[in-house]
Design a protein around this ligand. Structure first.
Ligand code: NAP
Length: 236
């Protein structure tokens, strides 16, 4: 039996990933910072619920205790994320408007949150026979694409969100190297209609969740330290 925790799974790509992994036979914990929203999602999917705010040490430590008592953890999907520079699907904070506060808000969830959750759950993951981590990154994280004229990532005006996801990519590479017995990868779901972008994304959540679901199910002989979209490997 595989036990999986997905952060920020009460809606959007996390929710769809949970739905698919429940169908694949995983015991899934819906991580939700709001217990009520989490309970509703878990009930709908036949999943478990754990209150988990990735920006809050106390909440994350309590979630570790709940999942340890439930029998441990095999798969961690770091999915919770914010795109603070967007409003109604438009980037409203570009380089000219960027403040340390917007940068901090973005990194608090996307970067420090990911490290907080990883650090807290490492002891449980190390007890698993086949530990897997999926860090939900973004295509905007790619320095190669950001510096290639004509690529949509080059055209993207925001700074804080891509910088946070580039940090997630580096974290992925470093953790994969440090823990060779774990499969640890970064994924780019693609531009998907969710609340993150005011539903402006061009893909459905079913399409977006595909690569997250695939890397969450990777076997011990599968890739680690990679950066994947559903079309294949992405340039860093
Ligand atoms: P979404 O529908 O807005 O979902 C984001 C989820 O993260 C929500 O469940 C939200 O919870 C949760 N969250 C935010 N801050 C949190 C915190 N401090 N602690 C715990 N949970 C928190 O957006 P989404 O598009 O599904 O995004 C999921 C992931 O995919 C993100 O990492 C995002 O960067 C990435 N991504 C999305 C796209 C896209 O086009 N949609 C593209 C590339 C990458 P609440 O409901 O409580 O706010």
């Amino acid at each position: 039996m595989t036990t999986t925790l997905i952060t920020g799974a009460n809606k959007g790509l996390g929710f769809e990933t949970a739905r698919r992994l429940v169908a694949a036979g995983h015991t899934v914990y819906i991580g939700s910072r709001d217990a009520e929203r989490g309970h509703r999602a878990a009930e709908e999917l036949g999943a478990r619920m754990v209150q988990l705010d990735v920006t809050d040490d106390v909440s994350v430590e309590a979630a570790v205790k709940v999942i340890a008592a439930g029998g441990g953890l095999d798969v961690l999907v770091n999915n919770a994320g914010v795109q603070a520079e967007m409003s109604d699907g438009d980037v409203v904070v570009g380089a000219a408007e960027l403040t340390a506060e917007v940068m901090r808000e973005t990194f608090e969830t996307n970067v420090f949150g990911t490290v907080r959750v990883l650090h807290a759950f490492l002891p449980l993951l190390r007890l698993s026979a086949a530990p897997v981590v999926v860090n939900v990154s973004s295509g905007t994280a790619s320095l190669t694409r950001a510096t290639t004229p004509g690529d949509p990532v080059h055209a993207y005006r925001g700074v804080a969100y891509p910088a946070s996801k580039s940090a997630v990519n580096m974290i992925t590479v470093k953790y994969a190297k440090a823990f060779p017995n774990m499969r640890i990868n970064a994924v780019e779901p693609g531009y998907t209609a969710t609340d993150l972008n005011g539903k402006a994304g061009t893909q459905t959540v079913e399409e977006g969740a595909e690569i997250i679901v695939r890397l969450a199910q990777v076997g011990p002989d599968g890739p680690t330290g990679g950066y994947f979209a559903k079309e294949g490997t992405l340039p860093w």
